[in-house]
Write a protein that binds this ligand. Sequence first.
Ligand code: NAI
Ligand code: MG
Length: 499
Amino acid sequence: MSAALSLDAIRNQAAGLNFRNQAFIGGRYVGAADGRTFDCISPVDGRVLTKIARCGKEDVDRAVKAARVAFDDGRWSGLAPAQRKRTMLRFAERIEANATELALLETLDMGKPIGDSTRIDVPATVNVIRWYAEAIDKVYDEVAPTAGNVVAMIRREPMGVVAAIVPWNFPMIMAAWKIGPALATGNSLIVKPAEQSSLTAIRLAELALEAGIPEGVFQVVPGFGPEAGEALGRHMDVDGIAFTGSGEVGKLLLRMSGESNMKRVALECGGKTPHIVLADTHDLDAAATAAAWGIFFNQGEVCNAGSRLLVERSIKDQLLEKVIEVGRSMKFGDPLDPATQMGAIVDQDQLEKVLSYIGLGSEEGAKLLLGGQRARADSGGFYIEPTIFDGVENRMRIAQEEIFGPVLSVLTFDDLEEAVKIGNDTIYGLAAAIWTRDINKAMTAAKKLRAGSVWVNCFDGGDITTPFGGYKQSGFGRDKSLHALDKYSELKTIWIELH
Ligand code: NAI
Ligand code: MG
């Protein structure tokens, strides 16, 4: 695996890559109908890696038609779940067999450390596909408790043609959270990767075909949100959209659904996770490490990043000192270096957005304790130092708005009630965490925090067995676990009277 290699060896591997850069429609790679492309820029060094097909309405139409034909003739939707399972297991194997290449593509395309791509993104993707494959022939439909002259079946049926519009922070994992349950339940799926990170999705399409997923069932239309994305959102023959990204686009998709065919929409739209540390915490070092990694992992480009650290006043200085120490010691640098723990910001736009929030934090009166600068500019890539603001008040914009970068806001509270109040005082409700040795306080907070996931004495815990998604403006619908099957299914009642 790449992580064991030297930086030079990894650079050599990267130089030898052959980038697939077209749409995948009807079982083959094709350019955009109008021949347009866009530059695929690596945030590692600002270099153009390749030019990618810039799909628009016509390409989306072709993909939807192929998906519909495949869905209607039952080549996938009509298979026994055990047959879909076997094919999806082969798909997982194909991904695993190409792990090194996929990890490199992910890192070059969006700037995360190669160690993360290798140890987290690729294995998680394989695991998700495998888990839904293994699950789907063990899920039963229902028979209702009716009178004796009636048989009422409640059947889960695939929705039809489903589109997944995915973001750039975990391009493969976010796609896999949708690919797994959507394909397992028998849908035809069209993936629209983020324009910042199309390479792995494009490559996955070919691996799916090699595994035996029939043509038209798994397709990829790369391109821009307002073009390929909107064409899917407004399409009259797309039955459902699963989206992860900004709240702004989530709301647009709801509107597009209302203005078109009332397609089902499921949204995961980010957060402003409160990471609460009480003075009675059993292990302040562990809490400090979790607080630092909770915001600096993946350069802070994480929907559930612990971007607000809420500390009980009496231990603030002590904890903060440790958090700063962990932040300082993180290996920050070239994403291709296997030792790197924090890499590049995805693109110039995101770099500027994060820097402008850092400027805003100082203007709003918060105190910059660590970082705050662009770094490694001579590389041509986009890097920001791990950044910590103390003295943040929850009304400040840096405490309220999703920055999606390595910027931690530190706030203080005096008791649990105040911590929960501040924790909930945001439009978001994706996740929350609390450190305490008191089970009563932990459970009280866990119940009162309006968030889809609450972590106690840890941060970002969970695996594929547990659902993930948000309250409030973090969206609705859940990824992961068997609950995700609901997003890609319709329930049908068949009521039979016996005479
Ligand atoms: P975005 O919401 O614009 O992009 C996410 C996906 O939606 C991409 O595939 C994009 O092409 C697509 N999209 C964009 N406009 C669309 C439209 N009009 N119709 C249909 N699809 C559309 O997010 P962006 O601009 O990349 O990042 C902006 C901010 O959004 C970030 O700074 C961060 O705060 C948040 N974000 C949250 C994510 C999460 O995991 N919840 C992931 C990515 C971004
Ligand atoms: Mg956008």
